[in-house]
Design a protein around this ligand. Structure first.
Ligand code: PA5
Length: 446
């Protein structure tokens, strides 16, 4: 079955899409310029051939380990987790033997203590992923794991390290040069949230035995038209990424300032978190954007769905389905009468029925909805989804008149935290902190 988008419930007739549709030529010209200048490598993938070779060279080395501990945060971790959950669910299932991937993407002392106490050093590779090479949450864990590796492995510690970072700059690149640690590059202009189909996500994917070629070819299939140097507005207008961008921008104009990502492919739940970061960090700018809301079918039908259905009418929805998911076991045929309707049917049929019910109920309750219907739930489709949503995000940002590739607003909190830890400089932040902490506070015990 083909992968498709179902626009029937998108409420296009209630939106003013014309203005944005009329900008197809401008958007096509911009894509030609940006891809030509190498500024959208997640679409053009100029690094693909070399990366495939580098990954092939790493294969035997990685096979010598049972555990991979990935240290990274934000875009340096969320894509890897989405792929892990989607295509390596066995690690969370009873009786798992084989490789295990652990992702340290927080300042979580419990988790870190557990890694230090329980991971077997001889069988563990530590992969530190940071484009900038200086993110304290990641580098801080690297320092601790480096000491751990040195203690347990002596001179061989660096053989258990793999760094994924900028080709030239940053603290981690310095570590590569000082200690001769194996490293793969995060290509120029490939920001974290757009980087899953580079070494960032593909090293852990390969370690877990996923079909990397299928992931990349899926993405390349979606990106082919968008990276055509002869791209026209007319051709772009027919591409799903542009149509989604037009829809998303027009929705915002009508006050739809939340975008639900409702996944009815249970194993793909973590793509919701990946999407949330992609959408939020790219589009939350200058008082604009729509808040991404990841949700999981059917679990969240018994949770946040009440708000989707009958809360503020400010929500639109990307509804992810796959009609060809495994059927699973059959329900027994000797069930009580009240459950007669499932007797002898496939367990998986219930998921599809509930997905259909929720989809229909949402659109009947004023939630404009586009169904992303995947023909299969394989890695090729995941690659297509990643490229489609990445491109749609970029185009939405351009239509909104903001830069979807930066995230300047997250810096303030980071600077204040550094000031709190008494980092050099940051005098203004230190003064602001002092004022904040010494002001009268309204504190009440509970
Ligand atoms: O998407 C992004 O650019 C961010 O979420 C980064 O991935 C995150 O801040 C981590 O940055 P770095 O990879 O430089 O450590």
């Amino acid at each position: 079955m083909a992968d498709m988008l179902d626009w029937t419930s998108a409420d296009l007739e209630k939106l003013d899409t014309k203005t944005y549709e009329g900008r197809a030529d401008e958007m096509a010209a911009r894509l030609v310029e940006e891809t030509g200048a190498g500024r959208l490598p997640f679409l053009t993938m100029p690094y693909a051939a070399m990366l495939k070779q580098e990954l092939a060279d790493l294969k035997d080395y990685l096979k010598t380990f049972d555990h991979m501990l990935l240290l990274g945060i934000g875009g340096s971790a969320l894509g890897a987790r989405a792929l892990q959950q989607a295509f390596f669910p066995q690690q969370d299932q009873p009786g798992h033997v084989g490789p295990s991937l652990w992702i340290g993407d927080n300042i979580d002392a419990y988790a870190l203590e557990a890694y230090l106490a329980k991971l077997p050093p001889e069988k563990t590779v530590i992969v530190t992923v940071s484009k900038s090479g200086g993110t304290i949450e990641t580098v801080g864990q690297y320092f601790i794991l480096k000491e751990w590796a040195q203690k347990h492995l002596g001179d061989r510690w660096s053989e258990h390290m793999l760094l994924v970072t900028d080709e030239e700059q940053g603290f981690l690149r310095g570590e590569v040069e000082t200690y001769g640690i194996k490293a793969l590059a995060v290509p120029d202009n490939l920001g974290g949230r757009y980087s899953v189909l580079s070494a960032v996500g593909l090293i852990p994917a390969m370690f877990l035995g996923m079909d990397i070629d299928a992931l990349m070819s899926g993405a390349q299939e979606v990106a082919a038209l968008l990276t055509d140097p002869e791209l026209t507005g007319e051709a772009l207008a027919g591409h799903s990424s542009f149509q989604l961008a037009v829809w998303a921008a027009a929705l915002q104009d009508k006050g739809f300032d939340e975008m639900i990502f409702f996944a009815y492919i249970p194993l793909w739940a973590s793509f919701g978190d990946w999407f949330a970061q992609l959408w939020a960090e790219s589009l939350g700018k200058e008082g604009k954007g729509s808040q991404p809301v990841p949700a999981l079918g059917v679990t969240d039908q018994h949770s946040v769905n009440q708000m989707f259905m009958d809360g503020i009418r400010n929500k639109a929805c990307l509804f992810l389905t796959c009609p060809s998911l495994p059927a699973g076991p059959k329900f027994p045929s000797d069930l009580p009468d009240q459950f007669e309707y499932v007797r002898g049917k496939d367990f998986g049929e219930l998921l599809q029925a509930e997905g259909l019910g929720t989809q229909m109920a949402l659109s009947q309750n004023g939630v404009p909805l586009v169904e992303l219907r995947m023909g299969e739930d394989g890695p090729k489709q995941a690659g297509k989804l990643i490229a489609l949503l990445g491109a749609a995000t970029i185009l939405t940002g351009w239509l909104m008149g903001i830069n979807p590739l930066d995230q300047p607003a997250v810096e303030l909190g980071k600077r204040l935290a550094k000031a709190r830890m008494n980092a050099d400089g940051l005098d203004e932040e230190k003064a602001d902190l002092n004022e904040y902490l010494t002001a009268d506070r309204d504190i009440r015990e509970f």
